[in-house]
Design a protein around this ligand. Sequence first.
Ligand SMILES: Cc1cc2nc3c(=O)[nH]c(=O)nc-3n(C[C@H](O)[C@H](O)[C@H](O)COP(=O)(O)OP(=O)(O)OC[C@H]3O[C@@H](n4cnc5c(N)ncnc54)[C@H](O)[C@@H]3O)c2cc1C
Length: 288
Amino acid sequence: MRSPLSTLTLLRPRTEREALAAMTASEAPRPIAGGTDLYVAMHAGISHGAEYLDLSRIKPWQRIEHDARGVTLGATATFLRIQADAAVRRRLPALAAAAAEVGAWPIQARATIGGNIANASPAGDSLPVLLAYDAVVHLRSARGMREVPFTELLTGYRTLAMERDELIAAVRIPYPARGVTTFFRKVGTRRAQSISKVAFCAAFGFDAKGRTSHVRLAYGSMAATTRRAVHAEAVFLGQKPAAALEAAIAALAQDLTPIDDVRSDAAYRIDIAARLLEQCVRVVTGRR
Ligand SMILES: Cc1cc2nc3c(=O)[nH]c(=O)nc-3n(C[C@H](O)[C@H](O)[C@H](O)COP(=O)(O)OP(=O)(O)OC[C@H]3O[C@@H](n4cnc5c(N)ncnc54)[C@H](O)[C@@H]3O)c2cc1C
């Protein structure tokens, strides 16, 4: 049954301090940012909270701030603003590409990076990108702040290493080192508004002889959580990517455990994951 909106309470803090204080209640309110996941859940009657905490008026959480080393995205920065940001497009092109693939324009105008992370769907489009760029999530509570590497945040299917009184305040993404090149591609049933069958983001760096010195391979919709293909990464390290490709594709079987569902079957997903890796190697070696 749909959640009847008239029975719900909406708290509308203007400051981080007010928001964090609200989260100390014994029944903490449910945070709401763009509402693009939450309204769907409420409509379906599967969001059972009676009290909601609107994060959209906390100004510092909307920011996109660059410095010499990277960008800090406030939790309520929308994907439309992220993809339009000139420095994001230049320095973090895979993030701009993923932001442009979240639903279609009306969704991108509301959907936030913090909501995408907190929703923790294995199909969340920003998540492989955050893994590939070694992002760090800034969590805040009335007790203080902690920084959690994105690799440690995803603990299982739709579960995060967050305490019940914590909110995502921001995500920090360091600019990749000079010479590191990235690749992002989402495969879905159509160009827009499709949830991914497979999403993939990679980062490669090379030594003077063209051997892989840095590699991140991150897949979405290929396991219970978005995850790095660490066995395949290990195959590439110290090798020329094209020479290691076949062995890396074989190693993906150790990293990925896709399921059959309405969007795709596991065998198709594994094949696509391999084809994306092949395409990525072609693209990143072609750029050198
Ligand atoms: C038509 C449609 C198409 C979509 N297509 C895509 C797609 O292609 N790719 C994709 O990745 N997603 C897609 N989504 C899902 C959704 O748009 C994204 O996950 C979005 O980023 C969620 O952000 P939001 O701000 O709307 O989150 P909300 O709906 O406001 O919140 C989502 C969850 O996060 C929690 N939350 C939000 N902000 C915080 C915070 N700062 N701290 C702690 N918890 C928080 C909420 O309590 C809730 O549990 C689609 C949704 C719709 C309706």
